[in-house]
Design a protein around this ligand. Structure first.
Ligand code: PRP
Ligand code: GUN
Ligand code: MG
Length: 183
């Protein structure tokens, strides 16, 4: 159950905590199979991916390493500026590594297409993507995503790491903000 004052700002719950966890478990079984016998570096994209990273990493029944990058292309608004900025870089050397980028959402695709290029250019052996959410109708660039949790409609969503003006990241569900919140 969410705190009443936050839950009340949603016009619709798209995905419950239980649905999210069940899908993450399925994705993790695929990841375990695909990376069997190989070292795996999970790269979480701050700040939106913190919840996905926490749940995916703990659901995986194998060793992983974790590193973090902070990039931002949205500022405080609901439209991507298209300009990706590195706010915090990785600590790891990616040379020869199998890298799995962990993201909360692919919207326009601008963040992840930029990030995959950026990480590949550092000499990683492989760079794949795991994203909890994807909005097919919002794509400005096609991004090849190996693991997708859910395809969702083209609405601005919050919760499970996703913010509106830095709030709502701590909602356990994913939902659509009611119009009154914006005004
Ligand atoms: O596909 P795109 O249109 O590029 O959008 C996806 C990105 O936008 C959000 O991050 P944001 O830049 O808002 O920063 P945050 O993760 O700190 O919230 C989200 O977490 C993704 O990283
Ligand atoms: N909170 C939030 N951040 C985003 N970044 C890109 N798309 C979205 C979205 O739908 N919600
Ligand atoms: Mg993000």
């Amino acid at each position: 159950m969410e705190p009443a004052d936050i839950q009340g700002d949603l016009s619709e719950v798209l995905l419950s905590e239980a649905e999210i966890h069940a899908r993450i478990a399925e994705l993790c079984r695929e990841i375990e199979r695909d990376y069997e016998g190989r070292d795996l570096l999970l790269v979480g994209v701050l700040r939106g991916a913190v919840m996905v990273m926490a749940d995916v990493s703990r659901e995986l029944r194998r060793h992983i390493e974790m590193d973090w990058m902070a990039v931002s292309s949205y500022g405080a608004g609901t439209q991507s500026s298209g300009v990706v900025r590195i706010l915090k870089d990785l600590d790891s050397d990616l040379t020869g590594r199998d890298v799995l980028i962990i993201e909360d959402i692919i919207d326009s695709g601008l963040t992840l297409s930029w990030l995959r290029e950026n990480l590949s250019s550092r000499g990683a052996a492989t760079v794949e993507i795991c994203a909890l959410l994807r909005k097919p109708a919002a794509a400005k660039v096609e991004v090849d995503v190996r693991y997708v949790g859910f395809d969702i409609p083209n609405d601005f969503v919050v919760g499970y790491g996703l913010d509106y003006a830095e709030k709502y990241r701590n909602l356990r569900a994913v939902g659509v903000l009611a119009p009154h919140v914006y005004s």
